[in-house]
Design a protein around this ligand. Structure first.
Ligand code: SF4
Length: 258
């Protein structure tokens, strides 16, 4: 398995070369959540964990990245993949390696679950753009939508994100996925976003293949009204760049339907 995939088209980030720091032969998906809308459901059951450990050595990622950069010209390098990337204990080492190898901007897509942990926040400080998931307004909706590991509490995640924002000088995007289960909570979610103070809010709905139906453009527009005083962009306002991955199978494994 290659630890680097893409480039893939990203509505938010452009032509994105992905690094998957938790891909493993032990399990197809390693995550602290099991979101109802997860696009990786085809990979089988989630290896459910909050344990930070080295899933893939930094040297192996370096070799795969060097090879990919010799074949592709992405806009950005994004740390994401088959699960939650902050579970990788060598995250800071990986980020340092990427900065040493390339001048491209670096982003990470995190589900925010480990952000209550100071060492995770410190690892994220080295990354220029952090895209952090927040889909709920209470423990109840958190459990219903993200189905987190039992050790993760919603209140701690919000506190962790608020604390992270205070110490972080890069770009923080809050990514909020709206589906039928939370469409009625837009007002409370906007209030939490105001408390955290991100640079922007992405209002999403799952357009890639998954087990949950996306909301229609007019429903997303109605949700956006609750965020009027925030810098907000919805998934329906963004186009996707045209890009061909180096290895389509490796890309489709992480991004079904691309
Ligand atoms: S956080 Fe991402 S990878 Fe993990 S279950 Fe949710 S959507 Fe899937």
């Amino acid at each position: 398995m290659n630890t680097v995939y893409g480039p893939v088209p990203s509505r938010r980030l452009g032509v994105s070369l992905g690094i998957d720091p938790v891909c493993s032969t032990e399990s197809n998906k390693i995550c602290s959540f099991d979101c109802v809308y997860c696009q990786l459901y085809g990979l089988g059951p989630t290896a459910y964990t909050t344990e930070r450990r080295v899933y893939v050595g930094t040297g192996r990622i370096r070799r795969d990245l060097q090879s990919a950069l010799s074949k592709a010209s992405p806009d950005i390098i994004t740390i994401s993949g088959t699960g939650e990337p902050t579970l990788a204990k060598n995250l800071r080492e990986i980020v340092g390696m990427v900065h040493g190898l390339s001048d491209l901007p670096v982003a990470i897509l995190t589900n925010s679950s480990l952000i209550p942990d100071r060492s995770v926040r410190e690892d994220l400080y080295d990354i220029g753009h952090v895209v952090a998931k927040l889909d709920a307004c209470s423990q109840e909706s958190f459990s219903q939508i993200n189905r987190p590991h039992p050790d993760i509490r919603f209140e701690d995640v919000v506190k962790g994100l608020t604390s992270f924002r205070k110490g972080y000088g890069g770009k923080l995007s809050l990514q909020m996925m709206f589906i039928d289960a939370n469409r009625g909570h837009a007002d409370e979610m906007a209030e939490i976003a105001r408390q955290i103070g991100p640079d922007e809010v992405h209002i999403n709905t799952p357009l890639r293949p998954c087990k949950v139906k996306p909301l229609a453009p007019k429903e997303i527009e109605a949700i956006k009204m609750h965020f009027e005083d925030l810098n907000t962009v919805t998934i329906y306002e963004l186009g996707k760049p045209d890009v061909t991955p180096i290895d389509m199978n490796e890309a489709l494994r992480r991004r079904p339907g691309l």
